[in-house]
Each structure stands twice: as C-alpha cells, then as structure tokens.
Design a protein around this ligand. Structure first.
Ligand SMILES: [Zn+2]
Length: 262
C-alpha cells in the first residue's frame, strides 16, 4: 500500500470525500476478504483535507512510529473491546508469550480470532464466486474454513498425528482451534514451557497455511511429510536463534525427541 497516495484512492463529491478502494488500489497491492473489510472499517471516519502532502503516520498507539509492541497492544485492546470468549482470550494470552517470530504471532492472532482469508471467507464476501474455488485445496470436498483446514481436513489429519507422536501425547479432540491449542499446552504442562509448546502448535498451522498457499499460487502438490519436516525445521531455528542460553541439543536430537531439548 506504500505505493498508493490517498488522492489516488478516492475523490471529492460536493465537498464530501468518497473512498474508491477496490478500483484504485494497484493490482500488486490488492487486498482481499477480511483485510479489505478491515481497511474499510478503519477508514470509515477518516476524512482527508485538500491541503497538505501525503505522509505515513502510525496512529495505533502512543508512539508516533510503528513498533510490534504497539501493534500487540492495539490488537489486545481490540480483543478486549469485542468481549472475547474466555477460551479465545486465554489462547491469545499464551500466543503473545509464545516462542515464535512476530509475523507468526500475527498469523496466529488472525487464526485464533477466525480472521484468516480462507476460501469460505472470500466466498462469503463475494471475492470469489465459483463454489469449486471455495473447497479445500488438499483435495477434499469440504469448504475451506479455519476449522476444516487446521483441524478437520482428512488429508492433513496425518500432520497432527505425526506431530502428536513427535511430542509423545494423545491427540486432543478437534472441536475448535483455540481449545485445541490450549489442550496441547495442557497435555505438556509438566514437560515443557507453554511458550515453546505454543511455538510448535503455531508452527504446525503456519506450515499448513504456507503449503496451502504454495498449492494455490505455485501449483505444488500437498505433502504431509513435508509439512511435518518443515514444522521440525522452523521450530529448531526458532529455538536456536531465540535462545539466550546455549541450545541443549542438536537438530538430530530435536528432530527425534523435542522434549529432551526444551
Ligand atoms: Zn481438506
């Protein structure tokens, strides 16, 4: 969006500013689904002035410059204002303390809040209109929503099975993403810090989402073993790069038994 100026995104009509976001955002910056809806909501009360040059200003917090910390605070406040269910609030609380990069936390926040631009969401907002394009890209006949993609997809069930075997726990019931996230944390509470378990759970969803995007945009073929391998690899990097202390095991040990390393 940095390539746009405000004057390109609307027009004045009888001294009233009209936003024309969909037609005027350049194709390579196009927003879809919930992102576009959220932008429209944010801009509802924003009225530009005739005079003055465009400039980029962060209005999400007390600081004038964007920081991830300020963005976390903004998202937390937004969550409180919406009166989140306790299970969602608890899951998000663990997520922010989690052991993963900021971009994965933002992805996780959108997942736990059910705000990812899944195909079902895009269909609801008429971004896609062909029913076939709303189906799961892993070859199911089910609609692609967060619950299906991250927990109930028959093709991806093998991912969770292998990750749970890796962690040495029984698979929790897959009723809801927030509940599943907290159940896995609970199952490992005596062996591993919730920060690290949160990282592993979120890495699993992150790798599923990345492969889903690769199937859509790069024509790759769905591969359960590749997702599981990527989960182990990403979490090892996060462990090695994020640890202030010496890492207690090598990748081979992590790959075969993560609980001795955390
Ligand atoms: Zn599926």
């Amino acid at each position: 969006m940095k390539s746009c100026s405000v004057s390109n995104l609307g027009w004045w009509e009888d001294n009233v500013w009209k936003w024309g976001l969909i037609d005027n955002i350049p194709v390579h910056d196009q927003l879809v689904g919930v992102e576009l809806e959220e932008l429209c909501r944010i801009l509802e009360d924003v009225v530009p002035t005739y005079a003055g040059m465009d400039k980029i200003v962060w209005i999400g917090g007390e600081m004038n410059a964007f920081t991830v910390r300020e963005y976390y605070k903004k998202l937390l406040l937004e969550g409180r204002a919406k009166g989140l269910q306790p299970v969602v609030r608890d899951a998000i609380k663990v997520l922010w303390k989690g052991w993963m990069p900021s971009k994965v936390k933002i992805f996780g926040w959108r997942l736990l809040m059910d705000r990812l631009a899944t195909r079902e969401q895009l269909m609801k907002r008429n971004i896609i209109t062909n029913t076939d394009l709303s189906l799961c890209v892993f070859g199911c006949d089910s609609a692609e929503n967060s619950l299906h993609l991250f927990l109930n997809c028959a093709f991806l069930a093998g991912v969770w099975k292998k990750i749970m075997e890796w962690l040495g726990i029984d698979a929790p019931l897959r009723t809801d993403c927030c509940d599943h996230f907290l159940q896995v944390m609970n199952a490992l509470r005596n062996y591993c810090s919730p920060r690290r378990v949160a990282g592993i759970w979120m890495a699993t969803c992150w790798c599923i989402w990345k492969q889903r995007n690769d199937i859509i945009f790069n024509n790759v073929v769905g591969d359960v073993d590749e997702i599981v391998h990527n989960v182990k690899m990403f979490t090892w990097w996060w462990l090695a790069l994020g640890s202030k202390q010496r890492v207690l095991c090598n990748f081979y040990e992590w790959f075969h038994n993560p609980l001795v390393c955390v």
